[in-house]
Design a protein around this ligand. Structure first.
Ligand code: HEM
Length: 175
């Protein structure tokens, strides 16, 4: 929590900004854990639990987005003040994280949308996913998740890493 106490930003806004950062990192990491649980469950053939885990992962990722946008909305952000030799590595991390986090939204929407349409075509019965009408949606679902899962995991892990770096080597912007 460097440079937090003596800046011009009011204490309540610093408190709110730090709280929202903490909630963001908790929700993004939890969504990554739920995602990996969902992958594990589908590998074991647990389709209903897979669906539940993935809906939980999506809900947590949506909460992350709310906390993130809220923090940006109140104008709370930090910049890097750590060792100069690590600056480029940090920016590579930040830029790749930001681009892939933006890409993750349409990827996840397409994955869930195709799963949802497949579930409807299987008349709500996850034992009937091989009916021709449902099969084509689940094939598309599989094609989307091939990209969605690795991108999501990368975003969750780097989100935590950025939070960690900012807690140690971050200064509040405008403070
Ligand atoms: C963003 C959310 C989701 C992600 C990232 C995801 C990820 C995955 C993954 C990694 C697989 C295994 C693919 C493979 O082995 O090639 C899979 C299969 C499957 N998913 Fe999801 N899933 C999501 C949401 C859902 C939802 C909401 C449902 C509910 C209907 C669902 C139903 C299924 C089914 C039935 C399969 C098996 C498909 C088959 O055997 O062809 N998924 N999903």
């Amino acid at each position: 929590m460097s440079s937090l106490q003596d800046g011009k930003k009011p204490h309540t806004m610093v408190f709110m900004g730090e709280l929202l950062s903490l909630l963001s990192v908790i929700t993004i990491i939890s969504s990554g854990v739920a995602l990996l649980a969902g992958v594990f469950l589908i590998k074991r053939g647990e389709r209903v639990w897979h669906m539940r885990a993935m809906l939980a992962a999506s809900g947590l990722a949506t909460l992350f987005l709310v906390f993130y946008l809220w923090r940006i909305g109140i104008g709370y952000s930090k910049y890097y003040v750590g060792p100069a030799e690590w600056r480029s590595a940090y920016f590579a991390l930040l830029i790749s994280h930001t681009i892939l986090a933006a890409a993750n939204l349409p990827l996840a929407v397409m994955a869930v949308l195709n799963a949802w349409r497949g579930l409807r075509a299987a008349t709500g019965n996850l034992d009937a996913i091989d009916r021709p009408a449902a099969r084509s949606y689940f094939n598309r679902h599989r094609a989307w998740v091939r990209w969605t899962v690795p991108v999501w995991v990368y975003v969750a892990v780097t989100g935590w890493a950025i939070y960690f770096v900012m807690e140690h080597w971050g200064a509040v912007r405008g403070a």
